[in-house]
Design a protein around this ligand. Structure first.
Ligand code: FUB
Length: 323
């Protein structure tokens, strides 16, 4: 499947987190809609209020099942507004959905909701995860240990925190200062709290120096982790330079060395993805705003095959290539 394919042409879905459970592929996207909120740098126009889950046994030629609304703002006791990119992990017989949502003080926290089925519905906990902040959770499991990667600049509020503490005033590094890193944290046994203080996800250049704030490849949002040939691939969006990039490390905490661009800019401001192996092939799930005529808050899900060269480098995909 060398050309990308739109997955849900009848609705606007974005930020796909994708997992395979018992041989079926499940997609957990954000659900975009026209809420009428004006576009701004704070991301207020991404005013999503619920999630759907999709599944398929044949991503290339099959149809997707829409499992309907599985969680909504109205069900969450601590909710303010804006359900952004979520992810789901399985431990034992329980499926845990992790979601960023602004609380009643307009501060993003990470919530947890559970289900006994991968397609929900998900029942939210009464409170957000203690000590959680910012957006875009992505959960990676290895040998029964679960790691959450998270964080996002600007509207994602990461610049409001240092050493996991809220700052009195936000600070965004500039120029040759070190870029703000994503965070990674091990989840507790019960999957509902952090087991430790979140750590920085350090991305180094080829000389071993952390990427600086003026580097067009520095982290902005949309963390994802996958493993290929024994290496850990941390991938992410560069936000205002509109790329999906990746960096490779030897363990889930990093550091990671910058390797390259996965996807060149798509139509629409945001770019966001997941990378999954299914039935012997690797796929990039992502979104663009072509079907809505470029409206960045009305995005559409896509999938395209992802390939590596013999050294394990990801071959760059053209963001404006279409069906
Ligand atoms: O969908 C809202 C936000 O836009 C996500 O959390 C970001 O990653 C960006 O895609």
């Amino acid at each position: 499947m060398k050309t990308p394919k739109y997955l849900v042409p009848e609705d606007y879905m974005a930020d796909p987190s994708v997992h395979v459970f018992d041989g079926t592929l499940y997609i957990y996207p954000s659900h975009d809609w026209e809420s009428g909120v004006a576009e701004n740098d704070n991301g207020d126009h991404f005013n999503m209020k619920d999630y759907h889950v999709f599944s398929t046994d044949d991503i290339e030629n099959g149809t997707l099942t829409d499992h309907g609304k599985v969680l909504e703002v109205a069900d969450i006791a601590w909710a303010g507004r804006q359900l952004w990119d979520c992810d789901v992990a399985r431990k034992g017989d329980t499926y845990y959905m992790y979601f960023p949502l602004k609380d009643k003080n307009d501060t993003f926290r990470m919530g947890v909701a559970t289900s006994d089925k991968p397609y929900g519905p998900f029942k939210p906990e009464e409170d957000p995860i203690r000590g959680s902040y910012s957006i875009d959770p992505a959960v990676f499991e290895e040998d029964g240990v679960y790691y959450m990667y998270f964080g996002g600049l600007w509207g994602g509020q990461l610049q409001r925190y240092k050493d996991n503490k809220a700052l009195e005033s936000a600070y965004l590094p500039e120029g040759k200062e070190e870029a703000l890193p994503a965070r990674v944290v091990r989840l507790a046994e019960d999957m509902k709290q952090f087991a430790e203080e979140p750590r920085p996800v350090v991305i180094l250049d080829e000389e071993g120096k952390p990427l600086t704030a003026d580097n067009p490849h520095r982290f902005f949002e949309a963390s994802w982790m996958h493993k290929y040939n024994g290496k850990y691939y941390f991938s992410y969006s560069t936000g205002d330079t509109h790329l999906l990039c990746y960096a490779v490390g030897d363990n889930p905490y990093g550091p990671f060395t910058f390797k390259g661009v996965i996807l060149t800019p798509v139509v629409g401001w945001t770019t966001h993805h997941s990378i999954v192996e299914y039935k012997g092939k690797w796929y990039l799930f992502h979104h663009d705003s072509v079907p809505s005529g470029g409206l960045t808050w009305l995005r559409s899900l896509k999938v395209v095959e992802l390939e590596y060269d013999e050294q394990g480098n990801i071959l760059t995909i053209e963001g404006t290539a279409n069906e």
